[in-house]
Ligand binder design. Structure first.
Ligand code: XMP
Length: 327
């Protein structure tokens, strides 16, 4: 039987040796739990689901089927990395679902933030359920639940339902091999399983993805501007030693245009807002003082490389009064 509660005397996994021991233990537990049955996993490419995938590939190989849903709100290069790491390098059974048009069509014209979140969440479950129904004899659903998720749902802070909301006809037994781990331990285990650093140590990324960084009704041009400017910001932060130092950093493209000038001609285009914050628990946050020269360089690159953008701004607001995301 899998261990559901973190034992009080369990040592924090802080070394490769402890991570290896945990992996061996989980491989045995998972094999005992699932036997010869098939297991399904929604693989977003986030830390938790990626570590679960790598662990299960090691434990049960082709009995695992991973489903990666591209909802069009992922960062630049993410779907490609999921395919490269899991299908090409780890030889996983990976179903890639291109649901970009489906999500963006559903979201067209929807400007209320909570409605946008609901549509993204519901549509995700629907796409995943459709894929699950196409497979036969799946008995188990793997999830990247981690120990803080359990603690928070016990305290009533966060209703944690990774699997929540799956339709009645899809009844699975859960496989949760990182359930009793803290986030730093999940990373340690992921590193030991051979996942790339940019997957294991990545910054938090919200479930609704870039959707919350295109405030108001999502349009494809603003979504592309967010994706491209975010890629430039991440590249420059990595080059300038800020990756791994700043807790979360990203760009936003609000739904207003302003006047500019390019090649002697008047433009009327979007503005990119840069946000970079530090926090311990995301309840409050302070703003990272990005060096002015780097801001100038970012502005230069974004206004030249990102289509439809003529202005770059920096968000100096801590949390509170602002939240970290813009919606
Ligand atoms: P806020 O904007 O509330 O963000 O200050 C705090 C942290 O939570 C992340 N965040 C989300 N994560 N689904 C998620 O999985 C969401 O709907 C969501 N909204 C915010 C945010 O990125 C930050 O790390």
């Amino acid at each position: 039987m899998p261990v559901l509660v973190r034992p009080e005397n369990m040592a924090r996994i802080t070394t490769p040796e402890l991570a290896r021991a945990y992996i061996e233990e989980q491989i045995a537990d998972v094999r005992a739990q699932v036997g010869g049955n098939k297991v399904l996993l929604a693989l977003s490419g986030g830390v938790d689901s990626s570590v679960v995938a790598a662990l299960l590939i090691k434990a049960i190989g082709s009995q695992l089927t991973c489903v990666h849903v591209n909802h069009g709100l992922l960062r630049k290069g993410e779907p490609e990395q999921v395919i490269e790491v899991f299908r090409n390098q780890m030889n996983a059974n990976l179903i890639y679902v291109d649901a970009v048009d489906r999500f963006l069509d559903k979201l067209a014209g929807v400007s209320d933030p909570e409605t946008k979140r609901k549509i993204i969440g519901n549509e995700f479950i629907e796409v995943f359920a459709e894929e699950a129904r196409k497979l036969s004899d799946v008995k188990f659903l793997a999830q990247g639940t981690i120990w803080p998720d359990i603690l928070e749902s016990e305290k009533g802070i966060k209703a944690h339902h990774n699997a929540g909301g799956l339709p009645e006809d899809l009844k699975f037994e859960l496989v949760e091999p990182v359930r009793i781990l803290f986030k730093d331990e999940v990373r340690m285990v992921g590193k030991e399983l051979g996942l790339p650093d940019n997957m294991v140590y990545r910054q938090p990324f919200p479930g609704p993805g870039l959707g919350v960084r295109v405030p108001g009704a999502i349009t494809r041009d603003r979504l592309e501007a967010v994706r491209e400017s975010d890629a430039i910001l991440r590249e420059e932060f990595a080059k300038n030693g800020l990756e791994g130092k700043v807790w979360q950093y990203f760009t936003i493209v609000p739904d207003f245009k302003s006047t500019g000038i390019r090649d002697g001609k008047r433009t009327f285009e979007w503005a990119v807002v840069i946000r970079a914050v530090n926090t311990r628990d995301a309840m409050t946050a302070t703003v990272e003082p990005i060096p002015f020269e780097l801001m100038q360089h970012l502005t230069e690159r974004i206004t030249h490389e990102v289509a439809g953008v003529n202005r770059v701004l920096y968000d100096y607001t801590p949390k509170p009064s602002a939240t970290i995301e813009w919606e």
